[in-house]
Design a protein around this ligand. Structure first.
Ligand SMILES: [Cu+2]
Length: 478
């Protein structure tokens, strides 16, 4: 990882020197519009690539990659500074990039037919924006995402703090699972299956960490590391643990929190979610600690923390960690004038789902599933509605009560905004800003936010077969 990151830093430096060359070129008469001057920070080429997801010696897997990698290269932007990524589509079908968790300009949000036209094969698109918030985010296709993301089109985006915390290492850990045949090929026959849509989504059978069957993190005793945990899978919920270590949570979905010790279920990552932790390397030189993933059914090893043998421990007195600098989100949301919205989630297997509206017409549930593959509804409406779920004046406080009346967990993702939990039916309220809210069956969670980002924004389940199966809506900020 360290190698791959430094390689990308190197290429970014090269790109920056390219900016200087562009500046020289500007002395010459040019017809280039000023808006197109300069060079992208990154170019992401989507293409077919072969990668080693199974153990070494076993067959490789053909995936859809960014720059030959899945997850794609780690992108680094700087908080408050313009950022430019050029997408170059070398696939045989259209694609887009969504910048998950970035409070972005609507035109850059990457949702086909809502914020942009999908980028055709051979086409390019310039994503240019200035991230307001520092933190750990990610990027992925939003065009037929249930298939494109599962085929590999995802990666981690880091927005660096203006003054990053002092740590010895800053490490991304992107967890994914893949549905592979014994031959190593992706199981393509099941993409979009009604079974996956109506149950837990498209669960994989092969776990990877940073695209590897086992990923090792080399450390030295005494180091303090920042780990950026990300769930880039399309359905699987991962519960992460580091036996013998005491991770401290410092950010959720990119947004800083007052640091707290991770308890038993606190490193639970629903699809799309991220958690940043600070962890001190307290084991002895030569030790090896597993990075464990509990999927609810079994505990798997995704990799190891490998302590360098024989190296003298770093002699440092560790102060407690005071937390990350705040992002520009309010401490509290004033709910007295809130626009109240309900989202009642119904459908899926083992439910009493009887009917829903789809494209303006009422359907019995069985017919809707058979003819249109729609198996979930939000407020009785399956699939993307023509009209927004609600419209809010810019700056309006919105409070949304989400009621999961299904037998399945869901990961409700909000575009363009982070939302803060203000009430829940089970357990104590966790008043954190999140862009993706994990919900258990029969759970109600109420969130609030300030609708301050103009445009058309999706709300959908990030179990992407659920999104495909009807769990999607949108809202508008005027
Ligand atoms: Cu779902």
């Amino acid at each position: 990882m360290t190698q791959s990151r430094s390689r990308w830093n190197l290429s970014r430096r090269q790109l920056l020197s390219g900016v200087a060359a562009g500046a020289v070129a500007n002395f010459m008469p040019s017809l280039t519009a000023p808006a197109l001057a300069g060079t992208p920070d990154y170019t992401l080429k989507t293409k077919l690539s072969s990668v080693q997801l199974l153990d070494p010696g076993e067959p490789k897997t053909d995936v859809w990659s960014y720059q030959g990698l899945s997850p794609g290269p780690i992108l680094r932007a700087k908080q408050g500074e313009p950022f430019w990524v050029k997408l170059q589509n070398e696939l045989s079908e259209p694609t887009t990039i969504h910048w998950h968790g970035i409070r972005i300009d609507n035109a850059m949000d990457g949702v086909p037919d809502l914020t942009q036209a999908a980028v055709p094969p051979g086409g390019t698109f310039d994503y240019r924006y200035t991230p307001k918030d520092a933190g750990t985010y990610w990027y992925h296709s939003h065009y037929r995402g249930y298939e494109q993301v599962a085929r590999g089109l995802n990666g981690v985006l880091i927005v660096e703090e203006r003054e990053p915390p002092m740590v010895d290492q800053d490490i991304v850990l992107a967890f994914d699972d893949w549905r592979l045949k014994d031959s190593g090929e992706i199981h393509d026959e099941s993409f979009g299956s009604l079974m996956d849509r109506s149950h837990a989504g498209r669960l994989g059978n092969i776990l990877t960490l940073n695209g590897a069957p086992l990923f090792d993190v080399p450390v030295r005793s005494g180091e303090r590391v920042r780990l950026r945990l990300a769930n880039v899978a399309t359905a699987r919920v991962f519960n992460i643990s580091f036996p013998g270590h005491a991770p401290k949570i410092i950010a959720l979905d990119g947004q800083p929190v007052a640091p707290f010790d991770a308890g038993k279920e606190d490193l639970l990552l629903g699809p799309g979610q991220r958690i940043d932790v600070i962890m001190d390397m307290i084991s002895a030189p030569g030790q090896k600690t597993p990075i464990q993933v509990d999927t609810g059914r079994e505990t798997l090893i995704a990799g190891h923390i490998v302590y360098k043998a024989g190296a003298p421990p770093k002699q440092q007195v560790r102060k407690s960690f005071d937390g990350l600098p705040a992002n520009p989100l309010p401490e509290n949301v004033n709910l007295s004038q809130a626009l109240d919205v309900d989202i009642v989630m119904t459908g899926g297997a083992m439910s009493s789902f009887e009917q829903a509206v789809y494209r303006g017409k009422n359907f019995p549930a069985r017919q809707l599933a058979r003819e249109h593959g729609q198996v979930w509804a939000l407020n009785g409406v399956a699939g993307m509605p023509k009209a927004p779920l609600f419209s809010a004046a810019r700056g309006r406080v919105v409070r949304i009560k989400m009621s999961n009346k299904t037998r399945w967990p869901h990961a409700m993702h909000f575009h363009g905004h982070h939302v803060r939990e203000v009430a829940r039916s089970q357990g104590t309220v966790r008043p954190h800003w999140r862009d993706t809210v994990h919900m258990e069956p029969d759970e109600d969670i109420t969130v609030a936010f300030i609708a301050d980002n103009p445009g058309k924004w999706l709300i959908h389940c990030h179990m992407l077969a659920h999104q495909l199966g009807g769990m999607i809506t949108w809202f508008e900020v005027g």
